[in-house]
Design a protein around this ligand. Structure first.
Ligand code: 5GP
Ligand code: MN
Length: 346
């Protein structure tokens, strides 16, 4: 994608400008189990809207991993599962909702009802495949590294690049770096690098952010990783597939907190020749599935078809309502069906 040049059409920028100008109370909302890009893009836009004098609030459905705790402005975000009453009130007062880093209402779980019943405009900023709702205006590009990249493009497109301060820079950089594995994938064009260069010129200290994001693990988390890699990883060599599972009892043993297993699926993908990696997390009522792939094999397709989920070509997620064991057996059967693709893709 050498010639890629991202630019949001002027007509879309003008719609965003008008909707934002006309609104005073704005809700920014992101997906369940928010990751670095969900929070980084929402908070980056939140800081910008505050500079514009808006009364904006970031709402996330549930708690985020602790390595993101330090993000500027996160202490003022509302975690819906902890304060449904205030959350519901905010939806009543809102003139505008902006959805970031997801494109299907069910991804916000218990917040979904507020989106469905909202009578005023809802806008989208996202980089996932196949939006399944029509929004009043959308910035939706799968070629973008991250939603944070698109928030930068929006602010830039509105002529406000110079309003980007250090807080916005930190938030957007975290979104870009976490969604690209520190610039190792989803970077097929120069935009995320250009944006990062601009943010560094604004005073962003890349090294200190990397320490905050990657070197603040708990001892429990690291020991859990060791345990899973040694005892819970299975390699299906004949299908170029590897998977790891995390049971409720292992979670108890290692004082598991939400987000502790973030990124673990990628270890399975680092084995030579492995093209498909899966990570199964047992929860009380569901098994969460994280899928990753190398090359042309689409885990978005697999997640959509078999696990009521979706995502990107090389990173997707979904759910299973079988037991952990039942889910893994089913996964193994599904992998057999994809055998040809697992052999053919690079
Ligand atoms: P993760 O494995 O990190 O939870 O998710 C990987 C990617 O897939 C993310 O971009 C995420 O937004 C997307 N994703 C995860 N779970 C789901 C899901 O249940 N439905 C859809 N549509 N996308 C998901
Ligand atoms: Mn993202």
């Amino acid at each position: 994608m050498a010639n890629y040049s991202q630019s949001i059409p002027v007509s879309v920028l003008e719609k965003f400008r008008q909707y934002i100008e006309q609104a005073q109370n704005i809700i920014l909302i992101s997906h369940t189990n928010p990751d670095g890009d969900a929070l980084g893009s929402s908070l980056g836009l939140w800081h910008y809207l505050m500079i514009l004098g808006k009364n904006a609030t970031v709402i996330v459905p549930n708690k985020f991993p602790s390595f993101l705790n330090w993000l500027p402005g996160l202490d003022q975000a509302l975690i819906y599962e902890q304060d449904e009453k205030r959350g519901t009130q905010l939806f009543k007062e809102a003139d505008l909702i902006i959805c970031l880093d997801f494109n299907a209402f069910h991804r916000v779980e218990r917040l979904e009802k507020h989106l469905i019943s909202f009578k005023k405009p809802i806008l989208l900023i996202d980089h996932h495949l196949e939006p399944d709702v029509t929004f009043d205006a959308s910035i939706s590009y799968v070629e973008s590294s991250s939603t944070s990249e698109l928030v930068f493009d929006l602010i830039d497109g509105l002529g406000d690049k110079e309003k980007i301060n250090l807080d916005i820079a930190k938030c957007l950089y975290v979104g870009i770096m976490t969604d690209t594995g520190s610039f190792s994938y989803s970077c097929r064009h120069s935009r995320p690098f250009d944006i990062t260069g601009f943010l560094v010129d604004k005073g962003l200290d890349v090294q200190s952010i990397n320490v905050l994001v990657y070197s603040t693990q708990s001892e429990d988390r690291l020991r859990l990783l060791g345990h899973l890699l040694s005892k819970r990883m299975v390699v299906m060599q004949e299908y170029n597939t590897a998977y790891i599972w995390l049971s409720l009892s292992d979670q108890e043993r290692f004082n598991y907190r939400p987000g502790d297993a973030e990124g673990f699926v990628n270890y399975a993908l680092t084995i030579e020749g492995i093209k498909l990696a899966a990570f199964f997390t047992e929860r009380k009522d569901v098994v969460r599935i994280s899928l990753r792939s190398k090359g042309d094999f689409s885990v978005n397709d697999m997640a959509r078809r078999h696990f009521e989920g979706g995502g990107h070509k090389n990173a997707a997620g979904g759910n299973s309502f079988l037991s952990l064991r039942g889910t893994i057996l089913r996964f193994r059967k599904i992998v057999e069906v994809y055998e040809k693709f697992l052999h053919n893709s690079i």
